[in-house]
Ligand binder design. Structure first.
Ligand SMILES: C[S@@+](CC[C@H](N)C(=O)[O-])C[C@H]1O[C@@H](n2cnc3c(N)ncnc32)[C@H](O)[C@@H]1O
Length: 225
């Protein structure tokens, strides 16, 4: 009998338990402001955002501070924020309720499932990936989220002219992403390398950690051809 292929994941379940308020949010607010990632079940985009004009997917929002700031500063745009880390999901759900945000919804689970089986082709105007786990050891590079395969899958979900905006503080990962993006025919890199910093992006929690370690911040902006 053939052994079932083990899925290579871009994340590990991080330690850290939800606070009672985050736990309540996961139980009570997720059905209201989001859903679980479920293979083959389309996201309810029309009921979440009946009048959407542009739709942006954020992958790996961590504790979600930047997600809230961006959603508040761009009320014209709708956001889907995907994460596996439960305390962060609970925190973002609480913020959505507190701030009464109508333009951001949360998906709990693996972004691979969301991108490949829950979103229609050409439905996105942008993708944000801020400080993806760098997986620095060579033997772990296969776990890096932003590799050619996944970038190609993201490109399929982007409308023409749509963008992928990635930021990292790991120099080696930054160059690796550029190289991987170069393998995807449907993506172009208008800066032909790293892009200049984008003014509207708030500083994230992991960015602060990187800056404390004197890491340089690298920005990558790709566009669907
Ligand atoms: C290094 S943290 C960065 C968090 C946040 N963007 C920031 O800058 O503070 C990367 C996050 O991506 C999440 N992540 C990694 N792979 C993921 C996947 N396939 N689907 C959803 N989330 C993922 C991890 O759980 C983690 O919270």
């Amino acid at each position: 009998m053939e052994k079932a292929e083990k899925k290579i994941r871009s994340y590990i379940t991080r330690a850290g338990r939800e606070s009672p308020s985050q736990k309540r949010a996961l139980e009570e607010l997720l059905p209201e402001y989001g859903c679980m990632a479920e293979e083959g079940v389309p996201l309810p985009l029309d009921s979440w955002f009946p009048e959407r004009s542009s739709l942006v997917l954020e992958i790996g929002f961590g504790m979600g501070e930047a997600s809230v700031e961006i959603a508040k500063s761009r009320p014209d745009c709708s956001f889907i924020a995907v994460e596996v880390h439960k305390p962060g999901i609970g925190r973002l759900l609480n913020e959505i309720e507190r701030e009464k945000l109508q333009n951001i919804r949360v998906v709990q689970g693996d972004a691979d499932i969301v991108v490949n089986s829950m979103l229609p082709p050409e439905s996105l105007s942008g993708v944000h990936v801020f400080f993806a786990d760098p997986w620095p050891k060579k033997k772990h590079h296969k776990r890096r989220l932003l590799q050619a395969r996944f970038l190609g899958e993201l490109a399929c979900r982007l409308a023409p002219g749509g963008y992928i905006y990635a930021v990292t503080d790991w120099e080696d990962y930054a160059y690796w992403i550029l190289e991987e993006a170069g393998k995807v025919e449907s993506l172009k890199n208008p800066s032909r390398g790293f892009s200049p910093p984008i003014a509207w992006r708030p500083r994230t929690r992991f960015e602060k950690k990187g800056l404390d370690k004197q890491h340089s911040i690298r920005e990558i902006w790709l566009e669907k051809v």
